[in-house]
Design a protein around this ligand. Sequence first.
Ligand code: AMP
Length: 323
Amino acid sequence: MPTLQSLRKSAHWKPVGVPDPSGSTVSADSVFKRLSTRRRAVGSSANGVRAHKKWTPADFELGRKLGKGKFGRVYCVREKASGFVCALKVMSKEEIVSYKVEKQFVREIEIQANLRHTNCLRLYGWFYDEKNVYLILEYAAKGELYKMLKDCKRFDEPRTSYYIYQVANALVYLHRKHIIHRDLKPENILIHFHNQVKLSDFGWSVYAPQDTRRTTMCGTLDYLPPEMVEAKSHDEKVDVWALGVLLYELLVGRPPFEDEHSSTTYKRIAKVDLKIPQFVSSEAADLIKGLLRYDPVKRMKLEDVSKHPWMVKNRPLWQKLRE
Ligand code: AMP
């Protein structure tokens, strides 16, 4: 019986695949070649990381290990020539290929490399050698929001409102670029100094030009919207729903439709079986309800989140969080 925690971490609708028994790496070269040919087109001119350089691991001084994800380890590193501190994600090519996530991986890089917003984690560049692919990422000093949340159990309303405000800004930016994130959750939000939000993990993101609807079921169980649970097509409003789930989880300490049995979670999502605890203020509850509407069209507009009375009430308290 999986624990809620393991469910949460692994409940992707579309399994990432099982290792290829043949261990074939046939497609690896073509996939990684595609990345390297695009590197020049995107380039990187950010804060001290030189553009158009053919990087190697020797260009970086290795610092502490920041964490371990499904496909690799992340280190704090300093680029030797500039002294610029960033994060280096090291992923085994063989693992990426054996789990059949090459396409997802390439799409993630292509999307993230083109983002320029203070609340979206920058991807400065990438390179690879025989064994690994290396992503040069913006460093987020405080790490995962998920870990911070587990440490405090739940956040107070001023802190939550500040995080939600920044995530909403990141999503407005993405949607203007016709990108749907599709996997918003505290695990995919990193926090930098001054409580600055850095939205990361664009593995499920998709570029969806206007008026196109998607059918891939993806994301994480607790954050799935009714249209995905009911196997309907979806658009960028899935991120609005996920923002509502995130808001609830940050204030309450657990997501709104969580259940021991995933089938019950699906049912609760489809019915929007929402129970908001008494300790949540009426203004925050109103925002949660505005985001968690069954009908995607009726969900609140992301642009209106920052103008909501709960945000207006809490805004004067954000200065302390920025210090
Ligand atoms: P990931 O493989 O992206 O899931 O990352 C694994 C862990 O490394 C995360 O849970 C974070 O704690 C940490 N991490 C990843 N990227 C960064 C970053 N850019 N800055 C700081 N910590 C990071």
